[in-house]
Design a binder for this molecule. Structure first.
Ligand code: MN
Length: 205
């Protein structure tokens, strides 16, 4: 199998009371696992299509791969973006947030609004835009829509109902508020440091 479900670096209960163990267990062992299985199945079906030279089902398979691989990537990042240890952005990350968004408060308000106003299922994200050489905040629709190639994720927030409904029912604002308590800023900083150095040459040569 090409894709495998990553282990979490903390217990399912570690993010309580911000996210319950029950949500974490279902989210990781059922939802994330389903995206992993779906992405592997799509690759397998594409291999079959090449072997039989029958590409009649290809548009569906390409959508399945984008959706499920998107789900696998997004959740893999999301788990690392979360931590039981509370922290705040420091150093280069703190400076970059101030540079591109005006202040941390303005960044947080923008990101929160992005999360709160997604129409349907999706994600809010902070990313490094490789072409513009800057941070951007975006709304990812479903697992894969509404973003440009070369947009490198730094911080992602799952706004699918499966991510919060058991704990917060329809009160999304309280879920987003809780998210800010458990952001793993050292992880975001490490992604930022790496992507800033490496991604532009990967994309542009
Ligand atoms: Mn999810």
């Amino acid at each position: 199998m090409t894709y495998t479900l990553p282990e979490l670096t903390f217990d399912y209960s570690a993010l309580e009371p911000n996210i319950s163990a029950r949500i974490m267990e279902l989210h990781h062992s059922k939802h994330h696992a389903a995206y992993v299985a779906g992405a592997n199945a799509a690759l397998e079906a594409m291999a079959q299509a090449r072997e039989t030279n029958n590409f009649a089902n290809l548009p569906k398979l390409e959508k399945d791969l984008a959706f499920n691989l998107g789900g696998h990537v997004n959740h893999s990042i999301f788990w690392k973006n979360l931590s039981p240890e509370s922290s705040m952005p420091e150093g280069d990350l703190q400076a970059a947030i101030a540079e591109y968004f005006g202040s941390f408060d303005a960044f947080q308000a923008h990101f929160t609004a992005a999360a709160m106003t997604i129409q349907g299922s999706g994600w809010a994200y902070l990313a490094w835009d490789v072409i513009g050489n800057r941070m951007i905040i975006g709304q990812l629709y479903d697992q894969q829509g509404n973003l440009a190639m070369g947009t490198m994720p730094l911080l992602m927030l799952d706004m699918w109902e499966h991510a919060f409904y058991l704990d917060y029912v329809n009160v999304k604002a309280d879920y987003v508020k809780a998210f800010w308590n458990i952001v793993n800023w050292p992880d975001v900083a490490a992604r930022f440091a790496s992507v800033k150095v490496n991604s532009r040459s990967l994309l542009l040569g």
